[in-house]
Design a protein around this ligand. Structure first.
Ligand code: AMP
Length: 285
């Protein structure tokens, strides 16, 4: 099987109409490219459940603030096509910015309230509007499908799920577990920014999450206490500068006085040139 590289919205619409007409379910895997095993796991999940798999590669300017890494974000279309092919992807949709935003700045944006008020939404103003807007466009282009997103970007997964639900997109959003390096570092395209010393320091984020999970396993239910444990572990790594640590309700991202049920632990930190995020799900009885 070969992978088809499509550059235009019209080509994707035609290919998806044809696949659906033939009775195949579309599996959609939106990415920014520079693909790794985390992306591959989404493609594998889509391949297992869908008759036709489309991966999208688009570094979306709308979700980067002016001071962020849009211009240096890593790109490797040839490597991406090889990985996509190896994981059974049928179509790679890699539009340029003009194809996605032909009239320049958009006048219409999608904004998901409340669950974007904290965490990365607070640290990166406008980021989730950019994400929700481009994902809404991708859903409108793809049509009825199952869309695969990683828990690695947990808040994004909640935002996209809520957006699809609120706006009645004919899309089932599927969350997939985080794929990690052997030392616990969550795979990310941005890990390429890390030099050897920063790379050695980066698993501190996972250690911080593990410490929060251990506190919950030991019976701690106070977000304050759990976050204090998490931040002290992160502070033990001098190359990591904390942005936030959080112990929150997994569904609402709210921070009750005492945690119960499904809890999400989240961390964001700067490690050398890379802003890294990670999270872990924990059940608190
Ligand atoms: P990105 O290219 O970083 O925008 O990511 C594209 C998709 O891959 C998003 O749904 C991410 O959550 C997901 N993803 C990125 N890294 C991982 C990982 N380590 N494990 C699982 N999914 C991931």
């Amino acid at each position: 099987m070969t992978v088809r590289l499509l550059r235009t919205i019209a080509e994707v619409r035609a290919a998806h109409d044809e696949a659906r007409h033939a009775g195949r379910t579309i599996g959609l895997v939106p990415t920014m490219g520079y693909l790794h095993a985390g992306h591959a796991s989404l493609m594998d999940a889509a391949r297992a459940e869908c008759g036709s798999v489309t991966a999208t590669i688009f570094v979306n300017p709308l979700q980067f603030a002016a001071h962020e890494d849009l211009s240096t974000y890593p790109r490797d279309l040839e490597g991406d096509l090889a990985l996509a092919k190896a994981h059974g992807v049928d179509i790679v949709f890699a539009p340029d910015v003009e194809e996605m935003y032909p009239s320049g700045p958009v006048l219409t944006t999608v904004s998901v309230r409340e669950i974007t008020a904290t965490l990365d939404g607070a640290s990166r103003p406008g980021h989730f509007d950019g994400v929700a807007t481009v994902v809404a466009k991708l859903f409108a282009i793809a049509g009825a499908c199952r869309a695969y997103f990683g828990e690695k970007d947990y808040q994004q997964l909640l935002v996209v799920s809520r957006m699809a639900h609120d706006l009645s997109f004919p899309v089932t959003v599927v969350g997939c577990p985080t794929i990690r390096e052997a030392d616990g570092l969550a795979m990310s395209s941005r890990n390429v920014y890390l030099g050897p010393e920063d790379r050695a320091a980066a698993p501190a984020l996972k250690h911080c999450l593990d410490a929060g999970a251990a506190a919950i396993a030991a019976g701690e239910r106070s977000p304050d206490a759990i976050e204090a444990t998490m931040s002290s572990v992160l502070a033990g790594e001098p190359r990591a500068t904390m942005d936030y640590v959080a112990a929150v309700d997994a569904r609402t991202l709210e921070r009750p006085a005492s945690l119960r049920g499904e809890v999400r632990l989240l961390v964001a930190a700067q490690v050398g040139p890379a802003r890294l995020i990670d999270n872990l799900g924990v059940h608190a009885d």
